[in-house]
Design a protein around this ligand. Structure first.
Ligand code: IPM
Ligand code: MG
Length: 369
């Protein structure tokens, strides 16, 4: 039996708790196999934390998140909290967690499952086999840059300010993650910025070029402006292997890439920090989809992205490759033969609930245990 591992679950808002409940069943499956035992903590985040504690994440929750071996996050936000002050909106809880945990590399795979090739908004021949990894810098750039705020000008009008800022160190550390991932894939990195307009983009391009020459000469590096990258993703997405980019461009391009797969409900993400002197790797795992308040509480949510996020957690934070791969394979088998939640409904396939999707997955897992 592997040593006891600690985990913090933060289901959050909307469909978060519903899909997290299914991920918990998968954790139970792993534990029942005897390969690991988990000590599981659970707390509120986002709107649920505003309701419970008055803030979108408490200091105690942040402290717990730093103490545990890994955090599995659901999703935050919803119309209920539209009128809370900007500083304590639900999303601020997520941003504070990422920042305090220093998880700077957000890995967002966009992979087309064979069984779902028809669900894409693009033609099947453009997306079959698509497998892109977007590495999004996650705790810097315009999301966190100073100065920021809204100020009042002498004439009484106002000015909103945010600052895009990246340092050599911030670019290098996320760049290394991208190059290392590429080595395990097709060995190609496309670095994305707006070096034609922004100095921060120019520095980004220079630092990535120097990093590749110094440390990753075996990996092919190309550069692309962010607007062109959006166009290329819609035109010929399979040209990409690993894309590395800053926080804001990564936010936008990863939604675009996710939509190409036709299955937002299937895409997980991992956000990783730097390994410390004791070998600990800060890891934060969340589905790409949001809290989907329009379908919350209706048993319609697809739990697979949350479950695949758990698989990434097992892989990256706990080194449990076999279990991670088993879960991923079981998800593919469910997609190929079982009913489906409405988001990926297909003609001739039963439409099933969140929990039924969980049942189908657990049945697959039980068969291989
Ligand atoms: C994402 C989300 C978040 C972001 C929001 C909820 C703060 O859009 O994870 O992509 O912008 O990072
Ligand atoms: Mg986003």
């Amino acid at each position: 039996m592997t040593a006891n591992k600690t985990l913090l679950l933060l289901p959050g808002d909307g469909i978060g708790p519903e899909v997290m409940a299914q991920a918990r069943r998968v954790l139970d499956w792993v534990q029942s196999s005897g390969r690991a035992s988990f000590q599981i903590f659970e707390d509120h985040a986002g709107g649920a934390a505003i309701d419970a504690y008055g803030v979108p994440v408490t200091d105690a929750t942040v402290a717990k998140a730093k103490e545990v071996d890994a955090v599995l996050f659901g999703s935050v936000g919803g119309p209920k909290w539209d009128s809370v002050p900007f500083e304590i909106r639900p999303e601020a809880g997520l941003l504070r967690l990422r920042s305090e945990l220093q998880v700077f590399a957000n890995l967002r795979p966009a992979k087309v499952f064979d069984a779902l090739v028809e669900s894409s908004s693009l033609k099947p021949e453009l997306v079959r086999g698509l497998d892109i990894m977007i590495v999004r810098e996650c705790i810097g750039g315009i999301y966190f840059g100073e100065p920021r705020g809204i100020e009042t000008l002498p004439d009484g009008s106002q000015r909103g300010i945010n600052t895009e800022v990246y340092t050599t160190h911030e670019i290098q550390r996320v760049g290394r993650v991208a190059f290392e991932l590429a080595r395990k894939r097709q060995n190609r990195v496309c670095s994305v910025e707006k070096a034609n307009v922004m100095e921060s983009g120019l520095l980004w391009r220079q630092v990535m070029t120097a990093l590749q020459a110094a440390e990753f000469p075996d990996v092919a590096l190309s550069h692309m402006y962010a607007d062109n990258c959006a166009m290329q993703l819609a035109k010929n997405p399979r040209q990409f292997d690993v894309i590395v980019t800053g926080n804001l461009f990564g936010d936008i391009l990863s939604d675009l890439a996710a939509m190409l797969t036709g299955s937002l409900g299937l895409l997980p993400s991992a956000t990783l920090g730097a390994r410390d002197a004791n070998g600990r790797l800060p890891g934060f795992y969340e589905p790409i989809h949001g809290s989907a308040p329009d379908i919350a509480g209706q048993a319609k949510a697809n739990p697979m992205a949350q479950i695949l996020s758990l698989a990434l957690l097992l892989r990256y934070s706990f080194d449990m490759e076999e279990d991670a791969a088993a879960i991923e394979a079981a998800v593919e088998r469910v997609l190929a033969k079982a009913g489906r939640t409405p988001d990926i409904a297909a003609p001739g396939r039963a439409v099933i609930t969140t929990a039924e999707m969980g049942d189908a997955l657990i049945a697959e897992l039980a068969a291989i245990k």
